[in-house]
Design a protein around this ligand. Sequence first.
Ligand SMILES: Cc1ncc(COP(=O)(O)O)c(C=O)c1O
Length: 455
Amino acid sequence: MPDTAVASLNQLYTEKFPSSAKLFERGRKIFPNGVTHDGRYLTPFPIYIDRALGSKKYDRDGHEIIDYWMGHGSLLLGHSHPAVVEAVQRQAALATHPGACHEQEIDWAEWVQRLIRSAEKVRFVNSGTEATLMALRVSRIVSGKRKVLKFEGHFHGWHDLLIPAADPPYGTGEYGMPGITGNVLDDLVVVPPNALAAVERAIDEHDPACVILEATGGHWALVPMRGEFLRGLRELTARKGVILIFDEVITGFRVHPGGSQGHYEITPDLTTMAKILAGGLPGGALAGRADLMSALEFENRWGKKMKHPGTYNGNPLSAVAGVAALSEVAKGQLCQQANEMGLRLRTGLNELFARLDVNWIAFGEFSGVTIVPEYDGPRPTNDEFIPFGNSVAKLDRKIDTRLSHAFRCALLLNGVDFFGWRAMLSGVHSADDIDRTIDGMESVVHLLRQERLIP
Ligand SMILES: Cc1ncc(COP(=O)(O)O)c(C=O)c1O
């Protein structure tokens, strides 16, 4: 890839977003890499957002950008939904932290219970990372076992036991991560996704406390896991007496008001949630079987209590935002619109890529869209299509970083923000947003070709 091409793209980008360039000069002096989340890093610099509404966000220079990050997947209702804004403003004036029980936390948990079939009991935490951490600890207490089984490429937050094997390379047995010690890794069993026989062998060999998975597949379904496998896993874990944890931090309230478990009609033992759960504010939850969740009770049948403090657990601002969001989600139209617009975007992009004869395709399911660049297989003929025969090695491969940054910058130049090569839709993305996005993508392909960044 010629350096001059990236330089000329960067120049266009710097001319379009001068205020963001200036802010990044300040940010890079104080934050490692200039950012507060690895995923927000972008060269030559990220854009800085002043405000957002519905499916759009607006940068410091006033450009309107169609947003496909949607609060890292937490904004199914769109940015600044009036019901969420009103609820948070009212609650902020009443109490932001009473340091006490309050009705809003009960309302919030009752909505979770109404929507999520496995939620006999609920405990709030502050993030998805905390929810999966709690799920493992509860599983270990009640089972009296140590090990945890997870799948290659499945992301469950950044705590010690589950961040290993979240990224390639897989299959080496070496899942070390800087800063994580060997003792922790001894308790982790990693198996390839979608291979039930491998799960059964690993259960027989390692006798784990639990199996945890992203409930539609690793990395937000970059490597999909669909109903047949999920049903097989439910049957297998029940037969072997292993606790099954659906991590629904992304899928919860998104693929269906009842999450992946509602869509596929499968009841896991424990469920982790965050993101849409708290309407775009910080928040998370563990929910599940009452007997398992009793590990959090002072007196319980297990004879051991899981200690669970946490200053912001059940925070009332997150609670009222969550109630506002979940009561909208319950009506069903938001999930339906997000899923329909996801399909429209995948289909439109595939038509575009075929017409332009570029070696890219789009695939995905529900409200997620992934573009696969540098693709040499057959083009999708229907929306069930999964590239590379669902091979984790090929789907989860490393894409050239310079191409990835150039792609995002070119998209931003055309008024669209993707999460890398991926898009997460909301229930307020319209057909017009999708059509404008496809037009923008056409300009991106032309620009990258003109700069000789793609064939
Ligand atoms: C499936 C899944 N689990 C857990 C997490 C961690 O959630 P949080 O970022 O709230 O800690 C994420 C975050 O994207 C996720 O996608």
